[in-house]
Design a protein around this ligand. Structure first.
Ligand code: ATP
Length: 235
């Protein structure tokens, strides 16, 4: 689905990502783990097309999309749910959701997807006329995920899903993710400071250290790895 080769990227003169290689298989959940500031968000933004890399290749279904803009990527199914949610606070929940579908023209399918999203996240249906700026943290995160889904994505790039949310809310979001994953075959790249959650959800994980892939493998293997346990799981 997505394949990254020899990717170097950063901000101006400050290089953050170094020679990254990574692969996301169709319909899989992949976790990206690493300490604060190692470049996880920068990587997601590079995949979404918000940052142009210095060099390297991003392949999407075998096609080289490295130079293509964010709007093209959104239209073709690469969608980022940013950290901090970044909703349009002065718009209603439903208007925010419809913003997710801004590159789509298939009105009947947009309507069907809105009903689907309201079905899996009924709290958003209840609050559809409420301004997004007045939502609780958990509701706002649900709205951000739902807005991403309204793009009819093939790959969802989820940045810090559980940050600042109560465990019961996180459980609800996980249930939704699993439902999406099972019903829609959407591939998910998940960044989460809760490494346990990220690796339990994902089938594969990549560990970033200082903008490089330090380790990768099956999640169950990473969960058993003593270095990972010590560095990220407090075991
Ligand atoms: P966190 O878990 O804390 O969000 P992260 O692994 O997602 O961290 P990034 O947000 O990608 O890390 O940040 C990587 C580095 O890039 C940091 O040192 C950060 O200060 C720097 N950085 C992020 N955005 C910019 C920017 N717009 N301009 C310059 N440097 C930036």
């Amino acid at each position: 689905m997505l394949k990254v080769e020899a990717l170097n990227a950063g901000y101006g003169d400050v290089q953050i990502l170094w020679d990254l290689a990574l692969e996301i298989e169709t319909g899989s959940i992949t976790a990206l783990i690493g300490a604060n500031g190692v470049g996880k968000t920068t990587f997601l933004r590079t995949l979404a097309g918000a940052i142009q890399p210095y060099s390297g290749t991003i392949l999407f279904d075998g096609e080289d999309i490295t130079g293509l803009p964010q709007t093209w990527r959104a239209k073709h199914g690469i969608m980022m749910v940013p950290e901090g949610r970044q909703l349009y606070s002065g718009l209603t929940v439903e208007d925010n959701l419809m913003m997710g579908a801004y590159t789509r023209r298939d009105r009947s399918r947009i309507r069907r997807d809105l009903d689907w999203v309201y079905g899996i996240l009924p709290v958003l249906k209840e609050r559809r006329r409420q301004l997004a700026g007045t939502l609780s943290g958990g509701e706002a995160q649900m709205c951000a995920v739902a807005r991403g889904l309204m793009a009819d994505p093939k790959v969802l790039l989820l940045d810090e899903l559980s940050l600042g949310l109560a465990p019961v809310i996180v459980d609800g979001l996980i249930r939704v993710l699993l439902e999406i994953h099972e019903n829609r075959e959407i591939s998910i790249l998940l960044v989460d400071q809760d490494v346990q959650i990220a690796l339990e959800l994902a089938s594969k994980g990549y560990v970033f250290v200082n903008g490089r892939v330090e380790m990768s493998g099956a999640s169950e293997e990473l969960l058993k790895n003593t270095e990972i346990q010590r560095a990220y799981l407090g075991i």
